[in-house]
Design a protein around this ligand. Structure first.
Ligand SMILES: C[S@@+](CC[C@H](N)C(=O)[O-])C[C@H]1O[C@@H](n2cnc3c(N)ncnc32)[C@H](O)[C@@H]1O
Length: 282
């Protein structure tokens, strides 16, 4: 690890993200994982499940956090053929990652300044984090470290806010996201950054939105911990946190208790996107 890159890495992380991810152990405890079938299809499209032993692949995972996606990926890929290097700009996340995956390399760096050589990586993956670095600097860096024709893949698992009880929570959350200009994959404009770079770096995005995840939660309190960890609540002031908490329990009482419906899970939608590096002519 190059010290100055590691030292600089947290300066690329927004204040909202820094506050939200300050407790890596809480993140690990309350956040969802990823469904195996969706990750398998994602990795297939990133050409990581090809059988040929002749072609060894190197994967860089950006913003790997505590390794929730990394673990699912490592279960699926053939470890003989695929080497995974994880990365995160926050030291706390890198430590928590190492605790869970001591055998996987992790480097401390941000997407905007990746501590790897040019054309050294076959596939770059961003799981649940591209919205934190959807900017030209990061796309240029991803392009730089990829080999010719290398792949860039993005995956998100996001509560399905079209479900009525979640839609009521989204009414509260949406303005908080908009205020900070964060784009999530269900926003119309989320992919605009790919067309606003100085030169065209990646092929058109392909994607898949067919997968769902039902994340089991035992009771309202456990579910509340999940939503309280969402960046715009975790980083909000005390009064916003209190208002959200009151709304959350009101919605849960009205939508489940009062209707005699059992609450067992939070439904998530999975968003998968991938594209290829466009090779530059010198
Ligand atoms: C919601 S977590 C996702 C963690 C993990 N990938 C997962 O799927 O559970 C977002 C991660 O993005 C990282 N992050 C924030 N800003 C970043 C940046 N500029 N470059 C790379 N990662 C960043 C955070 O440190 C955090 O670990």
């Amino acid at each position: 690890m190059t010290d100055n890159i590691a030292g600089l890495s947290s300066s690329f992380v927004t204040e909202v993200a820094r506050k939200a991810f300050a407790s890596s152990s809480n993140y690990e405890k309350v956040r969802q994982g990823y469904p195996e079938d969706a990750v398998r299809l994602f990795l297939q499209n990133l050409r990581l499940l090809d059988d040929s032993t002749a072609c060894k692949k190197k994967v860089l995972e950006l913003g790997s956090g505590t390794g929730k996606f990394t673990r699912v990926m490592l279960e699926i890929v053939n470890k003989q053929n695929v080497t995974v290097i994880a990365s995160d700009p926050l030291e706390e996340m890198c430590k928590e990652f190492k605790h869970h995956q001591p055998d996987t390399e992790i480097i401390q760096c941000a997407a905007e300044r990746i501590d790897l050589l040019d054309a050294s990586i076959d596939v770059v993956i961003a799981s649940q984090c591209f919205h934190w670095f959807a900017n030209s600097a990061a796309l240029e860096e991803i392009h730089r470290v990829l080999v010719n024709d290398g792949f860039f893949g993005m995956i998100w698992a996001i509560p399905d806010f079209s479900v009525p009880w979640l839609a009521r929570l989204w009414e509260f959350l949406a303005p908080l996201y908009k205020e900070k200009s964060i784009v999530l994959p269900f926003d119309e404009k989320w992919a605009d950054v790919f067309s606003s770079t100085r030169r065209r770096l990646f092929s058109d995005l392909e994607g898949n939105l067919d997968f769902r995840l039902n994340f089991p939660k035992k009771g309202f309190d456990e579910a509340y911990q999940l939503f309280a960890s969402v960046s715009f609540i975790a980083s909000a002031n005390e009064s916003t946190k209190r208002s959200f908490q009151q709304l959350f329990y009101k919605v849960m009482r009205e939508e489940f208790e009062d209707k005699g419906v059992n609450f067992e899970q939070v439904p998530f939608k999975i968003y998968l996107y991938w594209c290829n590096k466009i090779n530059q002519q010198n």
